[in-house]
Design a protein around this ligand. Sequence first.
Ligand SMILES: NC(=O)c1ccc[n+]([C@@H]2O[C@H](COP(=O)([O-])OP(=O)(O)OC[C@H]3O[C@@H](n4cnc5c(N)ncnc54)[C@H](O)[C@@H]3O)[C@@H](O)[C@H]2O)c1
Length: 320
Amino acid sequence: MAVLITGGYGLIGSELARILVNKGETVWVLDKWIAPQRFSGMEEKVTSIQADLGNFARILEAVKESSPRVIFHLGGMLSYPSNADPQSAFSTNVAGTYHVLEAARLFNVSKVIFTSTIATYGLDLQKPVIDDFTLQRPVTMYGSTKVFGELLGRFYKTKYGIDFRALRFPSVVGPGAKTAHISIYNAWAVEKAFYGEPYDIFVLPEIRCPVLYFKDAARSLLLLEAAPAEAIQTVCYLIAGIKPMSSAAELVAEIKKHFPKAVLDYKPDTLSMSIHSKAQGISYNDSQAEKEWGWKVEYSLERMIADFYEELRKNPDRYR
Ligand SMILES: NC(=O)c1ccc[n+]([C@@H]2O[C@H](COP(=O)([O-])OP(=O)(O)OC[C@H]3O[C@@H](n4cnc5c(N)ncnc54)[C@H](O)[C@@H]3O)[C@@H](O)[C@H]2O)c1
């Protein structure tokens, strides 16, 4: 049977699709924007559906046509675009997630894996450690839409028996990331240095932010999907990322080991700084994911940056 990935042309979705194709799975990807270079060399192994998640009829058609055993629902608008255009974020992230779950129910798809975010945490954090049980009170449109997605998925699990599972990712870093979000400087600083272009990091050098390499993100989705149903107790899992968390200055130091002349400056942005500064001193505990389905990060900061550059060298067209 097939696998359907919404947002399958995005940073994480396209990596997930590549892994699944290499495992011999039948892969369908649904996205609003098709970027053919993402699958160069394996175009014929991926079936693309160009559709807007906000269009219920198109999502119904896509799920009916692909008839997947599982939907990886990754399509969505990230923090900056959702903040700039909350109305479209509602259509894509809120209505879109409802459309995916409803289509899964109507066409008997037994499993839906959803990508949420640590941006679902926000107001009045009571403790310095965030875990799966910390109250989620986001301060952004993006975070609010993702809390809704998690809760709607839990409801479909209880009421209709859909095997819904979700991950709350930290900032995911990888080559060819196109979408701006409040932590994207982590990926773009690495990438701009490779292309010899200057880049302004939009937080202060001391700001620490949890990050996860895109290969680890894709692997975590596959591990979660493969876990036996009885192991899934918590349902929506926090993924903490690389430990210890690096500051922007430590990220730059690592980049400069590869590109000593990289021109990376700091120009803090108000929205990003207001969110990041509230999260300083906080740590993330993902022991439930480790306990229930064996999650462990593989890429350290050093390994992540070395592999990022290796990817850009090996696949110059894929990530442009
Ligand atoms: N990148 C991160 O740091 C991060 C962190 C936490 C959670 N996540 C979540 O992981 C998922 C994948 O993120 P990513 O980093 O690959 O982002 P991405 O922006 O690279 O991918 C998202 C994809 O969704 C597609 N999309 C957007 N609006 C759509 C619409 N209306 N209809 C159909 N497709 C639409 C985009 O074209 C894009 O290809 C998202 O749900 C995101 O919220 C990402």
